[in-house]
Design a protein around this ligand. Sequence first.
Ligand SMILES: *[C@@H]1O[C@H](CO)[C@@H](O)[C@H](O)[C@H]1NC(C)=O
Ligand SMILES: *[C@@H]1O[C@H](CO)[C@@H](O)[C@H](O)[C@H]1NC(C)=O
Ligand SMILES: *[C@@H]1O[C@H](CO)[C@@H](O)[C@H](O)[C@H]1NC(C)=O
Ligand SMILES: *[C@@H]1O[C@H](CO)[C@@H](O)[C@H](O)[C@H]1NC(C)=O
Ligand SMILES: *[C@@H]1O[C@H](CO)[C@@H](O)[C@H](O)[C@H]1NC(C)=O
Ligand SMILES: *[C@@H]1O[C@H](CO)[C@@H](O)[C@H](O)[C@H]1NC(C)=O
Ligand SMILES: *[C@@H]1O[C@H](CO)[C@@H](O)[C@H](O)[C@H]1NC(C)=O
Ligand SMILES: *[C@@H]1O[C@H](CO)[C@@H](O)[C@H](O)[C@H]1NC(C)=O
Length: 362
Amino acid sequence: MITDLSILTLSLLLLINYPQYTSLYPVQENILIDLRQNQTFPSPTSINTSIWMQQLLPNISHLHLFNLTLPGTHDGASFTLTSALSPDPTGSPVLDALVKLAEKLGIPLQDVITPWALAQSRNLYEQAEDGMRYFDIRAAYNGTDWCSYHFELGLPINTHLNALNSFLLLHPNEIIVIEVSHLASANLTQKNLNELRDMIIKIFNPMLYSRINDFNSTTIGDMIATNQRVIVTLSDDATIENYTQLWYGSSMINSYANTDSLDQMISYNWQQVLQFNSLPSLPTNALYKLSWTLTPQVSTIFDSILPDKPKSLKNLADIGNSGLSGFASTVLQKRWRLCQLLLIDFQERSEIMQWIFASIHQ
Ligand SMILES: *[C@@H]1O[C@H](CO)[C@@H](O)[C@H](O)[C@H]1NC(C)=O
Ligand SMILES: *[C@@H]1O[C@H](CO)[C@@H](O)[C@H](O)[C@H]1NC(C)=O
Ligand SMILES: *[C@@H]1O[C@H](CO)[C@@H](O)[C@H](O)[C@H]1NC(C)=O
Ligand SMILES: *[C@@H]1O[C@H](CO)[C@@H](O)[C@H](O)[C@H]1NC(C)=O
Ligand SMILES: *[C@@H]1O[C@H](CO)[C@@H](O)[C@H](O)[C@H]1NC(C)=O
Ligand SMILES: *[C@@H]1O[C@H](CO)[C@@H](O)[C@H](O)[C@H]1NC(C)=O
Ligand SMILES: *[C@@H]1O[C@H](CO)[C@@H](O)[C@H](O)[C@H]1NC(C)=O
Ligand SMILES: *[C@@H]1O[C@H](CO)[C@@H](O)[C@H](O)[C@H]1NC(C)=O
């Protein structure tokens, strides 16, 4: 306990005084080994993941979203992509690397990009059935429609949101959080943004949980009883200024390690968890995310032609997902919280729901 406390204090001091060193502060070697090896699984449960909130209502109805760890998908809508490149004014060195690799290998661009752009296999309805309750949806306007995207364009946003709306209607005791962000376009106009906003409101009304509330003001039980079961953020403040049904982008507090190395991701997320658990008080109008994801770098793309190196985001996610249990088990054994939103790629190839249930049992 004393060691835990001194680690907490030390890292907090470091983070406060030298925020730029967040990712450089090394995790002690013995902790890193434990984090990778402490794979004590919680006892298996017979909970039906489609309706886990309903089945665990006796355990969680008195709590607030503030106090739960909701499972979710990173780049949730990237389960199917077209060959159309997405407009993305920011550019990306990884995309440039993919283009170079396709040229070098003399194969169609799509064949090189798609394996590194698909982040999930299951559609959003299926993800919700698997237990996911947070969805990261990145939207790009292609000139006529808002679509999801990750390097390439995916399905219309309309299709994704309707899938989640159907899930909510058929599962009246489940609550979900949707983050609509990134908003890429070759030429973004206020009219396009207003259309996206109006589409979201039209689909989910009257189930939208308004930002006049916060994440500690209404219990899970009351959110369900009053049918205020979907939280949607739209990351353009001016567009939603007068629309309190939607939440500002800043209500989701993001973090991700931006590395393709499992050890570095573990160290980074360990810091995030330490920081989260040592905050004197959490904001009630925002939720903290922990991203259990590996991110391809330029070198990951070029190395992919070598034997035994990951050839897709799915290969990379399998490496990342293999480390979740050791990490989550260590955090929960210490009676710490993982975070408020736990994000993962290829969620169906992970143990994420076990750890969500274990976190409730705590
Ligand atoms: C889980 O719940 C869903 C929704 O109520 C239901 O359709 C499904 O049959 C259940 N699955 C099992 C294995 O009971
Ligand atoms: C909710 O979370 C806050 C902050 O982590 C904590 O102080 C509080 O005890 C928790 N409440 C419950 C009922 O778990
Ligand atoms: C935008 O995407 C939609 C849905 O995939 C498609 O029907 C439409 O043709 C696309 N528009 C343009 C200009 O490419
Ligand atoms: C962007 O859209 C606006 C409004 O439709 C239009 O006036 C403007 O010419 C467009 N700009 C470009 C670069 O296409
Ligand atoms: C959350 O709500 C509870 C009870 O409603 C209150 O006691 C607690 O102080 C609130 N926490 C924060 C951080 O506002
Ligand atoms: C919000 O409402 C105020 C007051 O009616 C108005 O001045 C402002 O332009 C509106 N903002 C948007 C983005 O529509
Ligand atoms: C890992 O598990 C061992 C045995 O249960 C325990 O002694 C050790 O403290 C754990 N490590 C961490 C970092 O929790
Ligand atoms: C929920 O509460 C019941 C009754 O107290 C308990 O048996 C069960 O283990 C709890 N489930 C979880 C996942 O915490």
